[in-house]
Write a protein that binds this ligand. Structure first.
Ligand code: ATP
Ligand code: MG
Length: 425
């Protein structure tokens, strides 16, 4: 006997029982970003490896140890995208979407990272995100954050997510700070873990992003970038905070927040929750004014975020969504007798013509009346339409209410679609 084949570890099937919740989230996200003027972009799942090396940065967790990279048949190195910003920027430059104009783009798609699978951390996962190009002020950052806040409120999870923001300044300010950081960490070589030792000279800021609990006390004592900001970044950050306060969005300034990708400057942010255990970052992003140029475009300011869809779904699973998720069928057509069966399929088609949004299930595979009514009940439909020999003879049909104490009705077949429309609004 052959053994059955299973999905790759850390890569999940989306089962029919879960898809209504995902549709609900996708629909809400798409609706809100459209209301703020965003257009959707879809880019390939595979890109040239050097795109991510250049965009995300060589000395990052993602590029150093999390990418699915392989050689194509012609020897070209390709990578399954670990995030969607790099591909979006690549596409924007390639199709001339960024130069001398503004763009508000959104996306939803898979990302792939070779990580240790655990709750909230998978090897294939999904990100919602936006990328905005051509705006260099704090107002767009505030608008993006308010838009995400609106999503949390609409989904009913705003009470369990909080916003952390920070500014990592200009490249020049970071270069100065970097020296301070190297000097600080160099005092404690024996307390640095392997990753941090390696990063001490290559990318010391990344040490601040370490998740190693044993490093936290040392990191806590390090100089703070926010105390060494350039004047312009400081003013920019103050203006962002003022916008958020004016709109009533609470936030915490977290001076340790540096983000794990190299492309950010000035504003960075994370939305975090305590309701999901260790994997508490639900949405993360910031400003990346140098990225477009770094990938070969003209200098263009950019801001964006990526939101972990699995983590938002996990939050939604904790709250009561009854009445919000689409149910099953509206109507189940029961056909008693051979002659009725033939008519039932035709009747179903005419109802679909008249009521395109109707969710209608026809009884398939025969069965006696009792059995068909059982199936109608199990389908979740609100109404059963019963077509039998008598009904055919009189040109009328019975409507049975499956979910409420209510006497059945009979209506003329010619009146049926009108009556169903009334009953189902
Ligand atoms: P983390 O700190 O959890 O590793 P990250 O900083 O690596 O996150 P980003 O690259 O900023 O994450 O990705 C944006 C969002 O995508 C994260 O905030 C998280 O919600 C989600 N995410 C990242 N990696 C995974 C994963 N392996 N599985 C599920 N969701 C993920
Ligand atoms: Mg990570």
């Amino acid at each position: 006997m052959s053994t059955s084949i299973q999905a790759i570890r850390g890569m999940n099937d989306l089962l029919p029982s879960q898809s209504p919740l995902w549709h609900y989230l996708e629909e809400r996200f798409a609706r809100i970003v459209a209301a703020y003027g965003y257009s959707e972009i879809r880019t390939p799942v595979l890109e040239e490896t050097r795109l991510f090396k250049r965009a995300v940065g060589e000395v990052t967790d993602i590029v150093e140890k999390e990418m699915y990279t392989f050689d194509d048949r012609n020897g070209e190195s390709l990578t399954l995208r670990p995030e969607l910003t790099a591909g979006t920027v690549r596409a924007g430059i390639e199709h001339g979407l960024l130069y001398n104009q503004t763009q508000k783009l959104w996306y939803f798609g898979q990302a792939f990272r070779y990580e240790r699978p655990q709750k909230g951390r998978y090897r294939q996962f999904h990100q919602f995100g936006v990328e905005v190009f051509g705006y260099d002020g704090p107002d767009i950052e505030a608008e993006i954050l308010l838009m995400v806040w609106r999503l949390w409120k609409e989904l009913g999870i705003a009470d369990r997510i909080r916003l952390e923001i920070n500014s990592i300044g200009s490249n020049a300010a970071r270069a100065v700070y970097r020296e301070l950081l190297v000097a600080y960490f160099s005092q404690f070589p024996e307390q640095l873990d392997e990753d941090s030792k390696r990063r001490l000279h290559a990318n010391p800021l990344r040490i601040l992003d370490s998740k190693n609990p044993e490093m936290q006390a040392l990191i806590e004592g390090a100089p703070k970038l926010i105390d060494h900001l350039d004047e312009e970044s400081r003013v920019h950050f103050e203006a962002l905070k003022a916008h958020l306060r004016a709109a009533g969005l609470d936030f915490v300034v977290n001076p340790r927040l540096v983000r794990g990708l190299d492309y950010y400057n000035r504003t960075v942010f994370e939305w975090t929750t305590e309701a999901l255990g260790a994997q508490g970052t639900v949405c993360a992003g910031g400003r990346y004014d140098g990225l477009v140029e770094q990938l070969g475009g003209k200098p263009t300011p950019g801001v964006g975020f990526g939101m972990g869809a699995e983590r938002v779904v996990a939050l939604l699973e904790q709250i009561d969504l009854s009445g919000k998720l689409p149910g099953g069928a509206d109507v189940y057509v029961v056909a008693a007798g051979e002659r009725a069966e033939g008519h039932a399929l035709v009747l179903a088609e005419s109802l679909r013509d008249a009521l395109p949004a109707l969710r209608l299930l026809s009884n398939l595979g025969g069965g006696n009346f009792k059995k068909q009514m059982k199936r109608a009940d199990a389908s979740g439909a609100r109404l059963a339409l019963v077509l039998g020999e008598d009904e055919l003879a009189t040109g009328r049909i019975a409507i049975k209410f499956l979910r409420e104490e209510r006497a059945q009705e009979t209506v003329a077949l010619t009146e049926l679609s009108v009556r169903l429309r009334e009953l189902l609004v």
